[in-house]
Design a binder for this molecule. Structure first.
Ligand SMILES: [Zn+2]
Ligand SMILES: [Zn+2]
Ligand SMILES: [Zn+2]
Length: 139
């Protein structure tokens, strides 16, 4: 399946494409880094905070985005791949948190190894974050 438009992308995840949902999705697609609720508030300053929060929550529930908890203490969100189901270990990948500019990058092509966990530990999700300095920040 090749999804071209934002509208098709929402529909593929069973999300009703409202104007706000489409605009937030476009913003996510264009963002180089993962976004937080406060990034959305800055971008859509005229919009209601609750609406923005609910938009993210809907995306999360329908698997359009995944949640990243980096060292900033702020929850961030990045788009999932079209076929992503956020399951361990196939859909779990690396994230990079830059402690200088406080941006978090999503690297879906950098998967994680399947860890040999102790008996009866049942992994469901993963949240892998490496902290350091990104390529946009001076060394
Ligand atoms: Zn996902
Ligand atoms: Zn940086
Ligand atoms: Zn990611």
């Amino acid at each position: 399946m090749n999804i071209n438009t934002s509208e098709e992308r929402l529909k593929a995840r069973n999300i009703q494409p409202t104007a706000m949902r489409l605009r937030v999705l476009t913003y996510l697609v264009e963002s180089q880094a993962a976004i937080s609720l406060s990034d959305l508030e800055k971008k859509f300053s005229q919009a209601d905070r609750t609406t923005l929060f609910r938009t993210l929550k809907t995306y999360l529930e329908h698997g359009l985005v995944h949640q990243i908890n980096d060292a900033s203490g702020t929850t961030k969100y990045a788009l999932c791949a079209e076929n992503c189901t956020c399951t361990y270990p196939d859909d779990i990948h690396l994230h990079f948190y830059c402690s200088s500019c406080e941006q978090t990058y999503c690297f879906p092509h950098l998967g994680i190894p399947e860890f040999d966990l102790p008996e009866n530990f049942k992994p469901a999700r993963g949240n892998f974050v490496i902290t350091g300095q990104c390529s946009s920040c001076p060394a």
